[in-house]
Design a protein around this ligand. Structure first.
Ligand SMILES: [Zn+2]
Ligand SMILES: [Zn+2]
Length: 397
């Protein structure tokens, strides 16, 4: 099948796809509450002949998976969109602005859903010509950071029988229609940690009767940066940040303890794995030197997003056919994290950025800004890219 045919199918449903995005944009729902959104998705997929439809994950009514060509011989690919909006008050003055005050699709997940629905519709219309099976995954809770929708859906079987998976993120810093991708790591891991340093409280005027944990805490915070400057290979990337310090209650009291909370990000799973040991060693060693004691809680949030090399090569070829050679570029490493990484831990996965920035239309505001919006022109490109890649993957070219 020619790429021109995929593109004209995407264009033929272009207005519907735009309307759908506006509909979803006006009815945003936050993580694990994407119930009305999921019902809408389910209704459309049924209409287009999808089977094996499963709605409701993690004991909620949110999230949908559905299959095309079940039982057909050949390879299988899953395409995934995330569904959750953010707790942000929209400041855009558009007819389709959020009708749910304080909640807004400010990351482009409304576009992800409408693009995936468009691709699902295009693929359904050519199902007999597809040499394999397609699963669409509409995933709740990408943003929450605590209970990952990807992780929950995988545990409930969303990847069973699937050979590879692909997804995109709309990207406002990139010009509309430009595709950015890279093999290997593309987005960082994100973890959080809390160190508690215990001393012995006392009068601020009589430190000899107390064991001051604030001194240990400040020294610990300073020394923490030696992880990046002295322990990690200078050619690797790592960030260790402190975001919160809780200690004390009055000017003249030495507190009993100090609690320090922070985050770490990296593109190397080996560094991520080593991080708790490094933080704990510094916390323990410095606390001991100051007669204090330290405890560490380390919470792994999201792994590194790592693109499969073969799949990335195949995608680059496919994307060039769809948008043209000059519109496909190498993505920089992006320090933000993405729970698509959980799928990639299970099967080969491909994640790419699709530019939606257009200063003339005001769609170049940063993600998570109350002024964020998507250039609707990008939707047809997204539909053609996803449907075209699914077709190329199944056809093995
Ligand atoms: Zn986001
Ligand atoms: Zn996002």
């Amino acid at each position: 099948m020619s790429r021109q045919k995929i593109r004209s199918l995407a264009e033929s449903i272009g207005n519907d796809t735009i309307q759908l995005r506006h509909f979803l944009h006006s009815r945003p729902e936050t993580a694990w509450k994407e119930v009305e959104t999921s019902k809408k998705v389910e209704t459309l997929l049924r209409e287009w002949g999808y089977e094996n439809i499963h709605r409701g994950f993690n004991e909620t009514e949110a999230g949908v998976t559905a299959d095309l060509n079940i039982g057909k011989e050949g390879p299988s690919i899953a395409l995934r969109a995330d569904m959750d909006a953010l707790a942000i008050m929209e400041e855009n003055n558009v007819p389709y602005a959020s009708q749910n005050p304080g909640v807004m699709h400010a990351c482009g997940h409304d576009a992800h859903m409408s693009i995936l629905l468009g691709a699902a519709r295009v693929l359904a219309s050519i199902r007999d010509e597809l040499p394999g099976r397609v699963r669409v995954i509409f995933q709740p809770s990408e943003e929450s950071g605590i209970v990952s929708g990807a992780n929950c859906m995988i545990k409930e079987g969303a990847l069973e029988g699937i050979d590879a998976i692909a997804a995109l993120h709309i990207w406002s810093p990139l010009e509309t229609g430009v595709v950015a991708v890279r093999p290997g790591p593309i987005m960082a891991s994100a973890d959080s940690w809390t160190v508690r340093i215990f001393g012995k409280g006392g009068h601020g005027a009589m430190p000899q009767d107390a064991v001051d944990p604030t001194l240990a805490a400040t020294t610990f915070i300073n020394s923490l940066q030696t992880i990046v400057s002295r322990e990690i290979d200078p050619q690797e990337i790592g960030v260790v940040s402190v975001g919160k310090i809780i200690a004390g209650s009055a000017f003249n009291i030495i507190p009993d303890s100090v609690e320090i909370t922070g985050s770490v990000r990296t593109f190397n799973p080996a560094i991520k794995k080593h991080m708790p040991e490094m933080i704990k060693r510094i916390a323990d060693g410095i606390s001991a030197a100051y007669r204090c004691r330290a405890e560490l809680d380390f919470t792994s949030f999201v792994p590194v997003t790592i693109n499969d090399e073969k799949l990335t090569d195949a995608f680059i070829q496919s994307a060039r056919k769809t948008v043209g050679d000059d519109r496909v570029c190498t993505s920089p490493l992006v320090m933000v994290s993405e729970d698509f990484s959980y799928y990639q831990e299970q099967i080969p996965g491909l994640f790419f950025f699709l530019g939606s920035g257009n200063a003339g239309k005001g769609t170049d505001h940063p993600h998570h800004s109350p002024h964020f919006n998507v250039d609707d022109d990008v939707l047809v490109e997204g539909v053609a890219l996803l449907a075209g890649f699914a077709l190329d993957y199944l056809a093995g070219k």
